[in-house]
Design a protein around this ligand. Structure first.
Ligand SMILES: Cc1cc2nc3c(=O)[nH]c(=O)nc-3n(C[C@H](O)[C@H](O)[C@H](O)COP(=O)(O)OP(=O)(O)OC[C@H]3O[C@@H](n4cnc5c(N)ncnc54)[C@H](O)[C@@H]3O)c2cc1C
Length: 468
């Protein structure tokens, strides 16, 4: 069985690693020979680190990243409005990690090169994807020779980014969840470390909203919102950087981006499926763009492997049903934080100060600020939870607390379904092996489970829970 992954960005390469880990042959196609050289993402949360762990690259990622201290919201005068610290969370990794995207992409590509079941072919444009009932046919063109050829795959993942060809080919359109905004993104290198707070600083100011953060090593990132009528050349960049004590840094890259808040209205046609930026685009204020894409492929890889091994194709319907509401929820949260940061006028500034100093009044933002946990998946065939179930673990990720022996929980649980038993009888229709929690050597997990038993999916989402 061969899966073609269109796009060798971080989402496509992670997908390939996960699929190869499940015994599938994977061909990754990208129009460029090399990974995208410019830094884009700088933050990943600990849930996303679980995905990198499943792909076998979390330790290598940890070596090129550093834990993030938290998020500090400042007013236009530099006074702190609110601060949300980040530390070590429930997933066995720092709640937030800072990194440079090219470093992550190098780690991913190195891992890919070591997988005999995966082939990466650069310099190839995917032009056309046909999705009849059977195998998928692709038309590709070699960018060097101009020669076109037909390929056949058992399934195709469209991980081809914001301007996705695959999205167009399956007739999907992006739906706006908020207005687009122009931002200037500036990457900096400091000769000597700057005396700045080690977390992310967001300046909540209608005139010039801005973000500043240490990335990793000697690198820093500053971002400034641009007005619609403003040219980048007119900005006093040194003055803006000076507000963060970074005027003396070397600018290694400065680029204008238009941030969109969009989710595709269709994520699948037959065995052609969208993941990553091809399926959703978010403003970066909560650092979730790439994280969303990593979750897409983590939650899809096992389903696709099951379908290619004979399970009903209907399993693939859960891809959009589960992932789209989750993506919409986080994109809307990013839009909300953006509005709080950037709403205009004196009145808005007063409201903002009030809301941010008492951020608990914005429940979704407060919940996200207090922990790195993202919203649970909605109830469905693979998430057996009633709509009103406060405190239920179902739909969220199983925690990954330390084990007394060696190893990490996800690695010990393996690739399949697991029923973790804390004493409540495990229903006979639960798939997978039954594992008494006491056997895992994790008092923390045993405490979390109590006398419940939970059904854990191959992507470590809790699918069901029963009480004794
Ligand atoms: C300034 C900025 C800051 C960001 N900060 C964060 C952050 O802190 N945290 C976070 O989680 N996210 C952040 N993001 C978002 C993150 O960078 C993206 O979500 C991520 O790169 C998407 O990965 P992807 O693999 O889906 O797409 P991409 O990285 O865009 O990869 C798509 C690949 O598909 C290839 N391709 C496209 N079309 C074709 C075709 N027809 N044929 C062959 N190949 C094709 C392209 O060459 C490309 O290599 C940020 C983005 C920006 C711009």
């Amino acid at each position: 069985m061969t899966v073609v992954v269109v796009g060798a960005g971080p989402v496509g390469v992670t997908a390939a690693l996960l699929l190869a880990g499940r015994g599938l042959d994977v061909l990754v196609l990208d129009r460029h020979a090399e990974a995208h050289p410019l830094p884009r993402a700088v933050h990943l949360d600990d849930e996303s680190l679980r995905v990198l762990q499943a792909a076998g690259v979390a330790d290598a990622f940890a070596a090129v990243s550093r834990p993030m201290a938290g998020l500090r919201l400042l007013d236009g005068g530099g006074r702190t409005l609110a601060e949300f610290p980040r530390g070590s969370g429930e997933h066995g990794w720092p709640q937030g990690s800072m990194f440079s995207q090219p470093d992550l992409e190098r780690v991913l590509r190195d891992a890919l090169a070591a997988r005999p079941r995966v082939r990466l072919r650069g310099g190839v444009d995917v032009l056309h994807v046909e999705h009849p009932a059977g195998p998928v046919r692709l038309t590709v063109r070699d960018r060097g020779s101009g020669v076109e050829e037909q390929l056949v795959a058992d399934a195709v993942l469209g991980c081809d980014g914001a301007r996705s060809t695959v999205r167009r080919q399956i007739g999907a359109r992006m739906r706006d969840l908020g207005p687009g905004e122009r931002w200037l993104v500036v990457d900096l290198v400091a000769g000597t470390p700057l005396a700045v707070w080690p977390g992310v600083q967001q300046v909540c100011d209608a005139v010039r909203p801005a973000t500043f953060m240490p990335v990793a090593g000697d690198r820093y990132r500053a971002e400034f919102r641009l007005r619609d009528d403003e040219a980048v050349a007119d900005l006093d960049l040194a003055g803006l950087l000076g507000r963060f004590g970074a005027a003396g840094c070397t600018v290694v890259r400065s680029a204008e981006y238009r941030y969109a808040a969009q989710v595709a209205d269709r994520w699948r046609r037959g065995r052609v499926l969208l993941c990553g930026d091809a399926a959703h685009l978010t403003p970066p204020f909560i650092g979730q763009g790439l994280g969303l894409g990593l979750r897409d492929v983590h939650q899809l890889a096992w389903k696709l492997a099951a379908v290619l091994d004979g399970a009903d194709d209907a399993l693939l319907d859960t891809h959009q049903a589960e992932r789209a509401p989750h993506a919409r929820s986080l994109v809307r949260l990013a839009v909300l934080l953006g509005r709080l940061m950037t709403g205009g006028g004196d009145h808005a500034a007063l409201v903002r100060r009030g809301v941010l100093t008492g951020v608990r009044r914005v429940p979704r933002l407060a919940a996200f600020a207090a922990s790195s946990r993202t919203p649970p998946l909605r109830p469905g065939p693979l998430v057996r939870r009633s709509r009103i179930a406060p405190g239920s673990p179902v739909g969220g990720l199983l925690p990954q607390p330390p084990l007394e022996g060696a190893g990490r929980l996800d690695d010990v649980l393996g690739l399949g379904w697991v029923a973790l038993s804390g004493g409540a009888p495990v229903p006979p229709d639960w798939p997978g092996r039954v594992l008494p929690v006491a056997e895992l050597g994790s008092p923390e997990l045993a405490r979390w489970l109590g006398r419940r038993s939970v059904l854990v999916r191959p992507d470590r989402i809790v699918a069901a829970a029963v009480r004794r």
